[in-house]
Structure formats: C-alpha cells, structure tokens
Design a protein around this ligand. Structure first.
Ligand code: FE2
Ligand code: FE2
Length: 438
C-alpha cells in the first residue's frame, strides 16, 4: 500500500520551489531514540511526505494527470497565483478535476487580488487556505502538516461513511435480489446528470452548480433512496401475480372437489379455471371476466380475499399493498434522519424522500410541487432504470427508446422536469448504464 503523502508545489520561481523542497522533504530520523530526542512523535506524517515540484501551471496539471493515471493522489497543493501562462486559479481549477479533495494553499503576493476573492471563485471554499508571500518555513511546514492531517481524516471519514452506505445497499438488495444493482445505477445516472447540469449555461438551470460535497450528497441519497423497501413485507415486495404463490393451486383443488361432488359441471370448471388464470395476470382485467368472478365468488368457489386480489383492475397490487410499497419513502426518510450526517451531507434524507414526488403534485408521500432539483433528477434516473432493467424473471425489460418515450410522456403531462430530461437524453446520460444491460 502506498503510504506516501504527496504534496504538490507550483511556482514559476526556482528558488521558491527549492525552498518548498527543503522545508518539506522528510528528514530521516533513523532510530526511535533519535526520533524522541528530536521531539517527533512515533508515526510522524512528515516522514511520509513526498514533494513534487512544478515550475508552471501546465507542468502541474501534467504531473497531476500522470498521478491520476497511476491511481495516486496529492493531499496538499501549494499554488502560486501569478505565473506566466496558466495562472494559479486556472491551474487549481484544472487540478481539481482530477483530485477534487485536494487541500489547496493559495499563495499570493500583496500585488495580487484579494485572496478571499480568489477562494470564492471555487465551489467549495472549505478546502482552500491562503498564504501571503513572502512566507517563512514554519508557516509552510505547519500548513503542510495540518492540511495533510485534515486530508487523511476526511478520507477516513468518507471511507467509513461509504462502507456504511454500501452495507445498507446490500441490505436492501438482499430483500429483493432481482433488483440488484438498481441503487448503484440510479446513483451513477443521477450524479452524471448533475455533472451535466453543472455545465449548462443557458435556460432555467444556468446558475445550477454542484460542488463535490453536493455531488456526494446526491450519490448517497440515490444509493439509499429505496432503503425503506426493507420495511415492505417480502411477499408484497416481490409480488408478480395478483394471487400469492400457492393460492392458485388451492383454488384448483377446490374446483376439482366441487366438480367431483357434482356442484359444478366439467365445462364450468374449465371455463372458470381459464378465467381465473387470466385474471391472475398483471394485465388489465377484462369486464367479462369480472362478471364471472362475481358469480364464482357468490357461489363460494373463491374466498373474499381471493376475490379481492383477482379483481384488482390493473397491475398486481391491492390499494393496501400499493400503500405499503409507497410507504418505503417514509421509511427511507426515517432511517436517513436517524443518521448523524455531517454538515456537508445534511440534505441526504430530504433528497431521498422526494424521489416519487411529481411536479403536478400527484406524487407521494407528500404530493408536493416544490421538489428539490436533486430529487427531480433522481426521479428521471429511477424511472429509466426501473423500466429498462431486466431484473425480474416475469417482467420484460422495456426497450431504451420506449423507456425514454414513457418519461417524455410524464414530462409532457407536467409530472417530470422537462429541462432535466432534455439533458438526460441529449447529453447521453442514460447511456452510461447501458453496457450492463446486455
Ligand atoms: Fe422508490
Ligand atoms: Fe428506485
């Protein structure tokens, strides 16, 4: 495992780069006795420093790209603001594309513009500090130490949070293994859509931007959006036909018995049996069958409950069962509310809760019309994945074009967000999950 802490220093003046190297290169302290004498703690982060120098913004970006390709990350970067060619702001901007969690030191001279103004140019000011030139070596070593500790701490926290979220996703999907991968795909789609929306410069979302914590918030909310399905009874969750497994066999037995007793004719048995099998399918119930079911129920061939299930007008769920499934969003919300999210992730519960809300107020659980934009993006991803996933043996996956048409229909009916859907299609966001479909 690579335990180095990589520090990047960018400045166009050679003597300043040399100073960084001198100040930050680990001084080898050979034995712990000497270490104690030198007043350094046993696991000193400074022994793990690896300093990389760049004399221009362009070189810095190249270095970062190479690191990125090798799977290595910089923890801290010192950036001179005024450099010929690419300046400090542009360099940071480019570097953050590869290392979004880099802790940045904005190094300014009095002649530069106000450092706070520079920092405010970035989405997430919390990962920037500024340092005035000329600096002295204690300032540099202190900043490097505190920022690399912070970087390590943040990564640890993120890893822990990530593993809890992954464990929760596994828990949901173990309830209904046939939908495995749904949460992950919805997360990938929604984050990809958010990144595309960030680039849109015209229209209602021109001002919409997401920093890395906001993108992470979207990812967590998407990964956990269906967590509440854990509270839905399993036979309801995986219900494929109107009757629960085993019920049809019971009815068949009853029919045979009634025929044997001479209560019904063989013709009636066959006709009614065919109708019951047809009624049991998830499709819309034909009115002729409804009429016969009334009859069969009246003469006591099926129970009240069986009648109730078989006469479900469309789909496989009774209103009660539908409400139970819809309640998953409330359970998701309650679960997410109990997690002590840090400030950066405060909005996870609220975003996850609204993924079944519709813009015209016809959604659930609250029927609201002011829906967070993150939830609106998630709704599109969720519908798309639910339609196109060939995740149930009895359910055929809807072809991609047809799935997009169905969402378009929702958009045209004022239920889903038109602009978000436009970008979802035009920027090919939906295609990122397609290879998994084959
Ligand atoms: Fe859901
Ligand atoms: Fe979902």
């Amino acid at each position: 495992m690579d335990t180095n802490i990589y520090i990047l220093a960018v400045d166009d003046e050679t003597h300043i780069l040399t100073a960084y190297k001198d100040i930050l290169s680990p001084k080898k302290v050979r034995s712990s006795r000497m270490r104690r004498a030198a007043g350094k703690p046993k696991n000193d982060l400074r022994d793990r420093y690896q300093v990389e120098l760049a004399d221009s913004g362009e070189k810095a970006v190249e270095l970062v790209q190479n690191f990125f390709a090798e799977g290595k990350k910089f923890a801290v970067g010192f950036f001179d603001m005024r450099m010929p060619g690419m300046d400090g702001v542009d360099t940071i901007r480019e570097v953050l594309k590869y290392m979004p969690d880099l802790q940045c030191v904005v190094v300014t001279a009095d002649t530069d513009r106000n450092p706070n103004e520079i920092i405010s140019l970035f989405h997430d000011p919390s990962q920037f500090v500024y340092l005035n030139k000329p600096f002295n070596s204690p300032e540099i070593s202190q900043l490097a130490l505190s920022l690399s500790s912070l970087w390590i701490e943040r990564r640890r926290t993120e890893k822990m949070l990530d593993s809890i979220v992954q464990a929760s996703v596994q828990a949901i999907e173990s309830r209904d293994p046939t939908t495995s991968g749904h949460s992950e795909r919805v997360a990938r789609l929604t984050v990809a859509l958010a990144k595309q929306m960030d680039k849109v410069e015209i229209g209602p979302y021109a001002e919409l931007h997401f920093n890395r914590h906001e993108l992470e918030t979207i990812r967590y909310a998407s990964l956990l959006h269906d967590f509440g399905k854990i509270g839905v009874r399993e036979h309801v969750l995986v219900k494929a036909k109107k009757l629960y497994p085993g019920t049809l066999e019971k009815i068949q037995l009853k029919f045979s018995l009634e025929e044997a007793l001479g209560h019904i004719s063989s013709g009636e048995r066959q006709k009614w049996w065919t109708e019951i099998e047809e009624a049991n399918q998830p499709s819309i119930l034909p009115s002729g069958i409804q009429f016969d079911l009334d009859e069969i129920y009246k003469i006591g061939l099926i129970s009240e409950e069986e009648y109730k299930f078989l006469t479900i007008p469309r789909g496989t769920l009774t209103n009660e069962e539908r409400r139970e499934i819809e309640n998953h969003v409330n359970v998701t919300y309650q679960f997410l509310k109990t997690i002590a999210w840090t400030k950066d992730f405060q909005r996870v519960p609220e975003i996850a809760k609204s993924h079944h809300e519709k813009l015209d107020g016809s959604g659930y659980p609250d029927g609201i019309t002011e829906i967070p934009v993150e939830s609106r993006m998630m709704t599109i991803s969720d519908i798309f994945d639910a339609l196109t996933a060939s995740d149930r043996p009895y359910k055929k996956a809807v072809p991609i074009e047809r799935a997009l048409d169905i969402i378009k229909y929702e958009v045209d009916n004022g239920k889903c967000d038109a602009e978000l859907f436009r970008v979802f299609v035009e920027a090919d966001v939906y295609k990122i999950v397609l290879p998994e479909r084959n």
